[in-house]
Design a protein around this ligand. Structure first.
Ligand code: GLY
Length: 330
């Protein structure tokens, strides 16, 4: 890979800073610093993509009371699904180009159980439907009308998810209908959340309304186990945000967990996951991808292609919002 510029945007102090240094490769960059976001031996802990204080606070509340990581991540991401000011998750999400809000979500526990819903409409909490799929069916994934029917059968209420604000924006978009995702606006999408509970067990959840004004029927990485989310209770967990197609192409979250299994820190693993995507795109990096990861020791890591991605942690030491380290395309 040709010489590229890396910066550390993290505000976590001096350790590991490679501020504005030029290095020969991502691997070299990784070797030259320590894991920047080591929150060692702090269990339990929750980490989420983007600045979602209400979600992490809710997740922490569950962990702090001795609740399971699974309950924690479900309760945490539900906060964003119900928040209509978040236009990339749940109710209030931006619609596809036909004006339909379609939701994708998945959840995975410490035993490798997982559930997922794709292209779900009219239901505010896809993550909870995904959990029902996991716990009350022999399947992993339900899609579209079948997922909606299943949700209603399980007692979820149908609701119109298209808010006036998102409808107005969509109508404005239709005037030109030039689909061009704007980095950190349209791609500012998914909430992925990972937690360790007091028993030391890991779980994760991931939920999104997907890319704004996508082609009807499009599904991203968020509901795909291994791509948008992966949990291995012996090793760690990872989740992704950004352009789902790129994450699917590298099976990003699974890759990051496997890299941790091979001995990489969460930070190093996230950087390697991004490096694989960079390699596949041969220098064309006009999109956002971000990964977060956590290992069994409670170390966390995060890395993104474009600057602007932040992640939030909550542990017994309180909560932090941290700009992720990022790769800046040359
Ligand atoms: N990462 C969410 C999506 O691409 O749909």
């Amino acid at each position: 890979m040709k010489r590229r510029k890396f910066v550390k945007n993290s505000g976590l102090g001096a350790a590991g800073i490679i501020s504005a240094s030029l290095v020969n490769s991502c691997a070299e960059a990784t070797e030259k610093k320590d894991a920047p976001a080591a929150i060692n031996a702090l269990k339990p802990i929750v980490i989420a993509t983007w600045d979602v204080p209400n979600a992490t606070a809710k997740a922490w509340e569950v962990l702090d009371k001795g609740g399971s990581a699974l309950d924690s991540v479900e309760q945490g991401v539900r906060m964003e699904e119900a928040d209509i000011s978040n236009q990339s998750v749940g109710k209030g999400g931006r619609p596809d180009r036909d004006g339909n809000v379609t939701l994708d979500a998945c959840i995975m526990d410490h035993q490798g159980n997982c559930g997922s819903v794709v292209y779900l409409q009219n239901i505010v909490h896809p993550v909870s439907v995904a959990r029902k799929v996991m716990e009350e069916t022999p399947h992993v994934m339900l899609a579209g009308k079948g997922a909606e029917k299943f949700a209603v059968e399980k007692g979820f209420q149908k609701e119109n998810l298209l808010t006036d604000k998102s409808k107005l924006e969509w109508e404005k978009w239709k005037e030109t209908a030039e689909y061009k995702p704007i980095i950190n606006i349209e791609n500012h999408d998914t909430i992925g959340m990972l937690a360790i509970d007091q028993a030391g067990n890991l779980s994760g959840a991931c939920t999104t309304s997907g890319m704004a004004y996508k082609i009807a029927g499009r599904v991203g990485d968020s509901p795909i186990i291994g791509a948008g989310l992966f949990v291995d209770n012996e090793v760690g967990a990872a989740t992704a945000t950004g352009v789902g197609e790129e994450v699917v192409r590298t099976v990003g979250s699974f890759l990051i967990v496997e890299l941790m299994r091979q001995g990489k820190s969460p930070q190093q693993a996230c950087e390697e996951g991004v490096r694989r995507i960079i390699e596949k795109n041969k220098g064309k990096l006009d999109f956002q991808i971000g990964f977060i990861a956590i290992n069994k020791e409670g170390q966390v890591g995060a890395y993104c292609i474009q600057p602007g991605f932040t992640y939030r942690t909550y542990s017994s030491e309180g909560h932090t919002n941290t700009p992720s380290m990022s790769h800046i395309p040359a």
